[in-house]
Design a protein around this ligand. Sequence first.
Ligand SMILES: Cc1cc2nc3c(=O)[nH]c(=O)nc-3n(C[C@H](O)[C@H](O)[C@H](O)COP(=O)(O)OP(=O)(O)OC[C@H]3O[C@@H](n4cnc5c(N)ncnc54)[C@H](O)[C@@H]3O)c2cc1C
Length: 371
Amino acid sequence: MSEVEFRLAVRSWLAEHLPASLRGVGGPGREHEHIEARLDFERELGAGGFIGLGWPAPFGAAADIARQVIFYEEYSRAGAPGRLSHIGEYLLGPTLIAHGTPAQQARFLPPIARAEEFWCQGYSEPEAGSDLAAVRTTAVLDGDVWRITGQKVWTSLAHVADWCFVLARTDPASVRSRGLSYLLVPMRQPGIEVRPIVQLTGTSEFNEVFFDSAVTAADNVVGAPGDGWRVATATLGYERGVATLGQQLGFARELATVLSGAPADPVLQDELVDAWVGLQVLRHHALRTMGSAPDPSGTAASVAKLLWAPWHQRLGELALAAGGPQSTVVPGDYDLTDAQRLFLFTRADTIYGGSNEIQRNIIANALLGRP
Ligand SMILES: Cc1cc2nc3c(=O)[nH]c(=O)nc-3n(C[C@H](O)[C@H](O)[C@H](O)COP(=O)(O)OP(=O)(O)OC[C@H]3O[C@@H](n4cnc5c(N)ncnc54)[C@H](O)[C@@H]3O)c2cc1C
């Protein structure tokens, strides 16, 4: 199928399968909307073969970069909803393809591709955010299961997820990045409690997750026990780099919305032109990173994050500026406008996926040749 034919096929598939009620929902600060209907739509996407589009054969459709971009463009153009399966598809999927056993790939990849199992990422803890190697959650091998005890925090979509990939300390004598393991843990069990955290937007996209002797099978460890740091950092590379391409096409739609409502103010219009130029820069960086051989400096994903996060934050500010002074007034019942949600949610962009300060540290260490 040519690229044009593929575009038309995606467009007509979306026209047929995307319910009108899901158009434009679930974006930043609107993650709580229509969860059940969005899960159903994810399953439709899976049945249509659109999840795991970029995964290599035999796991996925092995679509080239151009077709992945076309899919995202059409998805964004149709106003399709915020994704719920992206943590499985873009973070765990590539990690299992690179580091999982054939049995783990066979067990976990197909349910992600069919949107039958949803995932969350259990890295951050109250004392381990930027300093991820300070993880204290423990896992002890007890016969044929790992028993996990501890607390994770800021866990996006834990309230929706069926499974969590958890970074836990499996060697009690270990320190820092040694002795950690990357465990695949079922969320729906008595040993796990999920408590939503209300965010600035008034909604709860992330949660605290408490593990009290929660269990997972002994073979649900990716990489060797004790080698979880290597696997966990590979996942972070996917989170900061390639996974952001779909997100950027959503940015283009947000920018178009801001442009359409912007007054004829020369200063604001100048800034909006800058925003448009910035969008081209980060889009081309992402495309070049995806299309080229692995970056030997290992910094491309960090550069991508440093490009898109401040850009998106500024867009949130421009969205409010375009609405004039009244756009900053929040009604008593906290029923926010789209611009207010965008502004408030984008405050988090320079924090999640590793803060921008941490990305600068990664780049500095790579350039200075530090371990
Ligand atoms: C919307 C959102 C969703 C998230 N989703 C998830 C998720 O699904 N799963 C998950 O595991 N985590 C998630 N996180 C957590 C995120 O990864 C952490 O918030 C992030 O790593 C920062 O950690 P922290 O919040 O503990 O801040 P801290 O590490 O305490 O940092 C506080 C400040 O100090 C700075 N700082 C810290 N150390 C250094 C240093 N060495 N050099 C320079 N500056 C430094 C930081 O840049 C930051 O400005 C999410 C966060 C947000 C905001």
